[in-house]
Design a protein around this ligand. Sequence first.
Ligand code: AMP
Length: 185
Amino acid sequence: MRLVFIGPPGAGKGTQAKKICEKKCIPHISTGEILRQYSKDNTPLGKKVDEYLKKGELLPNEIMIKIIKERLRQDDCQKGFLLDGFPRTFEQKKALDKLLKEINMEIDKIIVLTIPNNEIIKRLLGRARIEGRKDDTKEVIENRIKIYNEKTSLIVNSYKETDKVIFIDGLGTIDKVFQRIHKNL
Ligand code: AMP
């Protein structure tokens, strides 16, 4: 099963993604997690990535597309995968469509987790206290929501042309939201 998981920051995407991947035995490909790993390296690339993450800005499409191209060609992705955090821009979606064609694969479902803006801010400020993520300050959160609304939500519109999109209400307990997703897969 090949899944794309889309949702605003704080919608609970990471948590739900892990649960889906466990259930379906597929690798969880989170570009945010890959980048957070890079940002720990004391290398020019690591430092550059860290700058973007701290501001909540999107990394250049070329870098992201390269990361995904390399990752999807690895052996564990042959049985399926869940993409969490990619594509986030129209260019990334186009590149993904092209890559999938090249490697003869198709996405089965696009899961879109929805959640109101005020709930996003509340959740992310809570997460900042618990996990200490550098990009969970109020200013950066607002920037990440703005980017989501301006760029990422457009991808949802273009996926809507297929009949593969599932909208899931992200409000409720972790188990409740997971049940909603699971029922649809
Ligand atoms: P996430 O964990 O998915 O919320 O991602 C954390 C941060 O990583 C984002 O705010 C961006 O700075 C960066 N990032 C993750 N995925 C992408 C992507 N597909 N394109 C550009 N930047 C990304």
